[in-house]
Design a protein around this ligand. Structure first.
Ligand code: PMP
Ligand code: GLN
Length: 383
């Protein structure tokens, strides 16, 4: 068979999680919590599983869940969204990203992604007949956090640029954008026809008092943006694969034309449960920054005497550790070596980049109970 994705292997998340299992290693690779969702949410799911909520949901999502999303968006991002024409519940953020890309990108189009780029973007772009144009995030002496080099972005944009994909808080580096970044972006794309896709799955996980700036809040950007988010990260339920896309009505109309053929609709009892839970426990996501900052701080404290250099984590539940003081071997080999030899699995950063990396960095997920973090850190400190 002639492959449609000839040079695509198996995603690093599946590779590292299965290696971790094979080696009985502590799995800090694939990003998922080691703890369960709130019992009240689990009880709601059980309730709907045992009632008549087990048949197909509406194609665009259960109305009360879409209403709850609209209420949250109005409260947090200051925009009144029409739940009937501007919100679609998706089969995880992954499907939302895929459908937005298929809705937008035509053969020959270019799509800008920022490296390190989450691994599902480029295959979806290629399947739409487009080409990914990789713009690396940079570290400089004035700003050692990974950040966008606006001149490089400007240079990458041309008349074939159909879409730009953003992901802040950023997986894997944990960096965020500030309000002036969104203004700079608006200025750069003002004269173009490009659309924007903002992957905001970590929208509620930002630290140290920083504010998250959703593309929904920005009047000018909003007009051309698909915002995709996921309940998996926010409610400690990655296995449910439920997410959503918020976009202006004319974009949502095209989005739904694809969504209906990818999965038609999303798991019904969980949509009902999430809709109720969002209304009953609106404070849940407000607790997440403190909850995850404590885990980040604990993990970093445990590693302070190690030979790793800790990169600043401004958001998400990932910590980047630089191992250049320990060895010069490449990150894919080192991630596998650590899994096999010391029993801690992580994610190499280079798999998210087009250009080979000179830096030596691995990503560790700290969405784990303290015991796991302590055991992993003790092993890492032996290096
Ligand atoms: N985008 C990013 C940046 C992610 O880290 C993930 C993983 N949760 C996804 C999208 C996919 O989310 P979901 O599991 O809801 O499909
Ligand atoms: N988003 C998760 C991560 O970054 C993985 C999701 C997946 O396995 N596809 O680790």
């Amino acid at each position: 068979m002639q492959s449609k994705l000839p040079d695509t292997g198996t995603t690093i998340f599946a590779v590292m999680s299965s290696l971790a299992e094979e080696c009985n290693a502590i799995n800090l690779s694939q990003g998922y919590p080691s703890f369960n969702p709130d019992q009240a949410l689990l009880d709601l799911v059980t309730h709907y599983l045992n009632s008549d909520g087990n048949q197909y949901a509406p194609m665009v999502g259960v109305p009360k869940l879409r209403r709850a999303i609209a209420e949250k968006v109005a409260l947090l991002y200051g925009r009144e969204i029409d739940p009937d024409h501007e919100i679609t519940v998706c089969d995880g953020a992954t499907e939302g990203l895929f459908s937005a890309i298929q809705a937008t990108v035509h053969p020959g189009d270019e799509v800008i992604v920022f490296d390190p780029a989450y691994d599902s973007y480029e295959p979806a772009i290629r399947l739409a007949g487009g080409t990914a144009v990789h713009v690396p995030l940079v570290e400089t002496d004035e700003n050692p956090d990974y950040h966008i080099d606006w001149d490089r972005l400007k240079a990458a944009i041309n008349e074939r640029t159909r879409l730009l994909i953003f992901n802040f808080p950023h997986n894997p580096t944990g960096v965020i954008l500030n309000a002036s970044d969104l203004d700079t972006l608006a200025e750069i794309i003002r004269e173009t026809d490009a659309y924007l896709l903002s992957d905001e799955v970590y929208e509620h996980i930002v630290f140290d008092g920083a504010q998250f700036h959703s593309f929904i809040r920005h009047d000018e950007l909003w007009e051309r943006t698909f915002v995709v988010s996921s309940f998996g990260k926010t409610y400690h339920a990655t296995g449910w694969k439920v997410g959503y896309c918020v976009a202006p009505a004319r974009l949502t109309e095209e989005f739904r034309k694809i969504h209906q053929w990818v999965c038609y609709a999303v798991v019904t009892p969980i949509q009902h449960a999430l809709g109720d839970y969002m209304s009953q426990s609106p404070g849940h996501y407000a607790e997440l920054p403190r909850f995850y900052a404590a885990k980040r701080d604990r993990f970093c404290e445990l590693l302070k005497d190690s030979r790793f250099t800790l990169r600043p984590a401004r958001g998400t539940f990932f910590q980047i550790l630089d191992y250049s003081k320990i060895t010069d071997i490449d990150d894919v080999s080192y991630a596998k070596q650590l899994t096999r030899e010391i029993g801690v699995a992580s994610i190499p950063i280079s798999v998210f980049c087009e250009q080979p990396l000179t830096s030596r960095q691995l990503r560790f997920c700290f969405a784990k109970d303290d015991k796991m973090l302590e055991q992993a850190a003790a092993k890492l400190c032996q290096l």
